[in-house]
Design a protein around this ligand. Structure first.
Ligand code: HEC
Length: 129
């Protein structure tokens, strides 16, 4: 009887451990997206997150109570072609040499599906070209 209780305890502990360690950041994928696609998008998002922190976070994150808040860009703002020209600061800091098209694509995927933070960036894009 006692042995059974101990075994149950070990089993439950292992289950909790497995659940807590495998839990990655939850992204907001549409429900109609298949699990296989979701899993590959999850990998792209993880890479995009690293690239975002490297190339964008310095200018775009806001600090609140010591934690970084990542803005919720709108779908319209996340247009790869417009992003490069969206702001004068982007002209020098978002060149093809610094952030490749593929890398920018991963950042955009990450920003599209990341959990919402409630921080909105006003749409200031003016057609400068
Ligand atoms: C050197 C600073 C800097 C860096 C680096 C930077 N941005 Fe920006 N970005 C700005 C500024 C300034 C604006 C104007 C809006 C604002 O004041 O926040 C802007 C605007 C934007 C907008 C909104 C455009 C609009 O007006 O609708 C998007 C989307 C954006 N940035 C994405 C990115 C992404 C993605 C990266 C990284 C790959 C990045 N930015 C890197 C400074 C920067």
């Amino acid at each position: 009887m006692k042995k059974k209780a101990v075994l149950t305890f070990i089993f439950i502990s292992m289950l909790i451990f497995a659940c807590s360690t495998s839990k990655k950041q939850a992204y907001l994928f549409p429900t109609e997206m298949s699990p296989a696609i979701q899993s590959s998008y999850q990998d792209i998002c993880e890479k995009g997150k690293v690239l975002y922190n490297l190339h964008c976070a310095n200018c775009h994150n806001k600090k609140k109570w010591g934690t970084d808040i990542i803005p919720d860009f709108t779908f319209e703002q996340l247009d790869a072609y417009l992003i490069r020209a969206a702001n004068e600061r982007h002209d020098s800091d978002l060149t093809e040499e610094k952030v490749s098209a593929e890398e920018l694509g991963m950042v955009i995927t990450y920003l599209t599906y990341k959990p919402k933070s409630g921080l909105v960036v006003p749409h200031k894009y003016i057609d400068r070209h």
